[in-house]
Write a protein that binds this ligand. Structure first.
Ligand code: SDX
Length: 378
């Protein structure tokens, strides 16, 4: 057997063959199924992009209509899931509530018929349709309100914003939100997708696959960074405080949230698009002083760390967009999950098509031949 060198974080080690998405980290290019992210953000919708990722090609008019219809009519969650969510502590993080709810969904659909295309399609539709409802339901229930029923006359993103706020969103907000989902839906072998593929490789059900990926996405080094970015901007408080804050982080060797990426050595193309979306929202709904702080941060970090290839990543500007929409900070990562579930499911389907269980090796650096010490001699 070939012995490979140990690489912390598996840097540079391919974990799968995939035709779902592609990143060129030197040039700042991201493609889904070969289509540039900029073009999809301009012309596509989240559900169309999800279809492209999962089934490999852009849908025809009829295929898209059928998919949208199925998702629209599977948005409601079961009473028993709602009742279970009512028992969650209101102080709990919405990502934990989502992980538990996604896993619980599997209790209702335990067939696990992985070779059946109908089972695959139903699972995809159910997860994409119900995850936004679960996020919105927890948001209302933790405030002591009843969850709002999904509105069948509203599109995917407009319906989610409606369920959060109990009022129809402004059309620009709904379109911007939909573009954010397109930007967050997929990104090659990131940590949560790797987690999804490892779980999928055991041939468990897709609810367990998604629940494990949600757990992985939540950490501050991954999707959780978008929340931490806003907390950081709050802490900095003014443009003048940016430079001393960054200098202090560098001196303490602390990570600056929303910057750096394992693959991108230039600015993440998704950050550039998100920045443009934030500016559109500021133009229509008023400026956010945090944006001035963010721009100054980008300038100072480039000056100090640009030579190391550290630039804003997707999480740097997404929070500013969601903040302008009035979305609470701790829902930013669950929204990332609403988008990414389609990417995880594309990888689930691809993994099943040529499955072999993940079972890597390790470099053992422990002891051998140790004798057992009785408990009273320790
Ligand atoms: C996402 O992979 C994906 O695709 C993920 C994602 C997706 O779509 O799924 O794009 C979403 O998770 C975005 C990342 C969100 N996380 C953050 O913003 C947290 C802050 N960023 C970092 O912790 C870091 O850059 C990571 C986690 C994103 C990447 O970690 P790596 O590849 O393991 O890099 P590293 O920590 O080993 O850093 C390499 C060097 C170090 O310096 P040296 O020791 O070599 O001198 O770069 C420095 C680091 O100190 N560095 C930073 C930094 N990021 C890297 N220094 C200060 N601030 C930072 N943010």
């Amino acid at each position: 057997m070939m012995v490979c060198e140990y690489k912390p974080g598996l840097e540079g080690i391919p974990a799968a063959q995939s035709s779902i998405s592609y990143v060129d980290g030197q040039k700042g290019i991201l493609e889904y199924r070969g289509i540039r992210i900029e073009e999809l953000a301009e012309k596509s919708t989240f559900l169309e992009t999800a279809y492209l990722l999962i089934w490999g090609e852009l849908p025809t008019k009829e295929e898209l209509k059928a998919f949208e219809h199925e998702v629209r009519y599977h948005r409601r969650i079961k009473y028993r899931i709602r009742d279970m969510m009512k028992c969650f502590p209101e102080s709990g993080h919405p990502m934990d509530a989502l992980q538990a709810s996604a896993a619980a969904l599997g209790l209702f659909y335990s067939l696990r018929d992985l070779h059946n295309p109908v089972y695959i399609r139903d699972s995809v539709v159910r997860l994409i349709a119900t995850i936004p409802t679960m996020v919105a339901a927890f948001q209302l229930m933790r405030k002591g309100n009843d969850p709002v029923r999904p509105r069948d006359d509203l599109d995917y993103s407009a319906n989610f914003l409606y369920m959060l706020d109990e009022k129809e969103p402004d059309p620009l907000m709904a379109r911007v939100f939909d573009i954010c989902l397109i930007l967050q839906v997929e990104h090659t072998m990131n940590a949560s997708t790797f987690s999804a593929r490892v779980t999928a490789s055991t041939l468990t059900d897709p609810y367990a696959v998604v629940a494990s990926a949600v757990g992985t996405l939540g950490g501050p080094l991954h999707g959780g960074a978008n929340e931490e970015v806003i907390q950081m901007l709050e802490k900095i408080g003014s443009v003048e405080n940016v430079r001393p804050y960054i200098e202090d982080c560098l001196q303490r060797k602390a990570k600056i949230m929303g910057f750096g990426h394992r693959v991108y050595k230039v600015k993440d193309p998704r950050a550039t698009i998100l920045q443009g979306l934030a500016e559109q929202l500021f133009e229509k709904f008023g400026h956010d002083k945090f944006y001035d702080i963010a721009q100054e941060m980008e300038r100072v970090v480039e000056e100090k760390l640009g030579s190391k290839g550290i630039y804003p990543n997707i999480d740097f500007y997404s929070g500013l967009v969601y903040r302008k929409m009035g979305i609470p900070t701790d829902l930013f990562t669950p929204i990332f999950a609403i988008a990414r579930v389609a990417g995880w499911l594309a990888h689930w389907k691809e993994q099943l098509a040529e499955n072999r269980i993940f079972r890597p090796t390790q470099v053992y650096n422990g002891l051998h031949e140790v004798t057992y010490t009785p408990i009273d001699k320790r």
